[in-house]
Design a protein around this ligand. Structure first.
Ligand code: GLC
Ligand code: CA
Length: 564
């Protein structure tokens, strides 16, 4: 990547809003756009410059908005189109840009296109969806939906089936149809005209399907099979992604972040280099793992040592080439604290060092709502307390695999994505100040201890630490280094520590993050200045530095030729 090609979004500090759970203002228990507007000052105060809002378009909410029934309307539970435009303007006043979630792999079954398709299977709209003839009263093939069960749904009164890689209510769009693609580009244009700064592009790796005419050998007790190569980054997808860029995205100077892994580093430029399909990607190299897994057994050193090569490899390969979007949480994952830190050790130091570990790497840092105050998972006593369909499907899968109900629930409590969807904890008032009505999803009862208001007033809080991290990243003296400097692994041998340098021709900082509950001693004899420290002191003597349990420091090295 050539630094000559600077883009506004290279220096973005992102924040994801899960609208249903952010702030309710009309007491229907559902977060809304006025609630977002209400908190823009808080986001500005934190230092956020870009917000990504999970879908707010018209939706029957089977998948909480990821099932869209009208792309051009804001769902009334969130507000009106006018209120959304007001949000964009109010955000702009505070130096914050707004990204929408662009869900164009599928629609809702309630979308007009789908309804028309079902009314006339030989008509134009039927070509908007992936519809195939069944075989001997069986689905066209035995593909499994990502949310469990067959990926095909029978169309009543016919022998035809439509494809849904996600829930039954989320029929996949047929990207092979140029007329459909044109419709999608119009949607992009519609929102860009309203002043939107770009999109997070949902499930986009799935738009290309390579249809299997036969059943494949099953890989589970359900007789179904997951064949990623046929519908995730499938061969030929580049044609669609390139057209999407050229016909829709490249018309304005926007930020597009694709939700997709690009596994082969040789293809990073093609996907998200200077002239890639997208500006950046959210990839999932780290999200499948949790310290609660039996393999890691709550041993942080084991967990960190496993993760470290993945982190380092990605960082080294990205230098001068591409900008990843760096994150530890989103609405599809349990809370990061529960995934990275043993439960009994979750606290200020572990939470702040977890932030430091990813925040200063090369790429766009994004915070998920609540992460900045250290929100944690809220395990349930019964499966019925969960709402998410995917969670229920996973639970059924566990039962099918032979787990008892208790075992299945334990597993679900650890890994389910609704953990991160509990309402935002604003203060110690009823329902954490999220709503005066009944919240759509239960508030974590720990809100009297963990909430925004209390942390805002406490200079030693996690919230204020996040603020300091952001201030440091934005500090004019270091900004270019953090944005464009190389990211180089450091102290690779120090077990449980993730450390890296950020380096340019004339500047260098070191980030050292001890992600364990043991003190770690490293050799460090360069001259430095402490730019950030989550402890009040840093022990150093005779060329040795001691990192306390969960201590993280950002150091500026004073002499570049220190022999390291
Ligand atoms: C993405 C979203 C997820 C949603 C799915 C289907 O993975 O992040 O929440 O369920 O797409 O749209
Ligand atoms: Ca509301």
């Amino acid at each position: 990547m050539d630094v000559k090609n600077k883009k506004w979004w290279h220096e973005a500090i992102g924040y994801q809003i899960y609208p249903k759970s952010f702030q309710d203002t009309n007491n229907d228990g559902i977060g809304d756009i006025p609630g977002m507007i209400e908190h823009l000052d808080d986001l500005k105060d934190l230092g956020i410059t870009v917000i990504w809002i999970s879908p707010i378009n018209l939706s029957p909410m089977v998948d909480h908005g990821y099932d869209i029934s009208d792309y051009l309307q804001i769902d009334p539970s969130f507000g009106t189109n006018e209120e959304f435009e007001l949000l964009i303007q109010e955000a702009e006043k505070r130096g914050i840009k707004v990204l929408m979630d662009l869900v164009i792999n599928h629609t809702s079954t309630q979308h007009e296109w789908f309804k028309r398709a079902m009314e006339d299977l030989d008509g134009e709209y039927a070509k908007y969806y992936v519809i195939q003839e069944g075989r001997d009263d069986q689905p066209p093939n035995n593909w499994r939906s990502m949310f469990g069960g067959s990926a095909w749904e029978k169309i009543a009164g016919t022998n035809k089936y439509y494809l849904h890689l996600f829930t039954v209510e989320q029929p996949d769009l047929n990207w092979e149809n140029p007329a459909l693609r044109q419709e999608l580009y119009k949607i992009v244009e519609f929102w860009l005209e309203k002043g939107l700064a770009g999109f997070r592009v949902d499930a986009i790796s799935h738009i290309k399907k390579i249809y299997d005419e036969e059943n494949l050998p099953s890989d589970g007790p359900d007789g179904l099979v997951t064949v990623w190569e046929n519908y995730r980054d499938a061969k030929g997808i580049g044609e669609f992604l390139g057209e999407l860029r050229d016909m829709a995205f490249s018309k304005q100077d926007i930020l597009t972040i694709a939700e997709m892994d690009v596994v082969d580093p040789e293809r990073w430029e093609e996907y998200f280099g200077d002239n890639g399909y997208f500006s950046s990607i959210f990839d999932f190299y780290h999200t499948a793992y949790t310290i609660q897994d039996k393999t890691f057994d709550n041993d942080s050193e084991k967990f960190v040592e496993f993760l470290k090569p993945l982190v380092y490899k990605k960082q080294e390969l990205a230098n001068d080439r591409v900008f990843f979007t760096n994150f530890v949480e989103n609405h599809d994952l349990p809370r990061a604290l529960n995934r990275f830190i043993p439960k009994e050790e979750i606290g200020y130091h572990s939470a702040s060092v977890l932030g430091m570990f990813y925040f200063f790497m090369r790429g766009i840092p994004v915070i998920y709502q609540g992460q900045e105050i250290g929100m944690v998972d809220y395990p349930k006593d019964t499966i019925d307390e969960y709402i998410d369909l995917a969670t229920h499907n996973n639970y059924q899968d566990y039962l099918l695999k032979g787990l008892t109900e208790k075992e299945a629930l334990t597993q679900i409590n650890i890994e389910n994505r609704e953990n991160s969807r509990t309402p935002m904890q604003w203060n110690d008032q009823p329902n954490a100040g999220f709503t005066e009505g009944t919240p759509w999803f239960a508030v974590n009862p720990n809100y009297p201890e963990i909430n925004y208001q209390q942390q805002k007033d406490d200079p030693k809080s996690l919230l204020n630490f996040y603020k300091k991290m952001i201030q440091l990243r934005k500090n004019p003296e270091y900004k270019d280094l953090f944005v464009y400097g190389k990211s180089i692994p450091d102290f690779v041998e120090a077990a449980g520590v993730i450390a890296y340098q950020r380096k340019s021709a004339d500047q260098m900082i070191s980030a050292l993050c001890n992600l364990t509950n043991q003190a770690v001693v490293v050799e460090y004899d360069a001259e430095f200045e402490i730019l950030l420290n989550n402890y009040t002191e840093l022990k150093q003597a005779a060329g040795l530095m001691t990192l306390q349990p969960y201590q993280g420091v950002i150091l500026e090295e004073k002499s570049l030729d220190n022999g390291k």
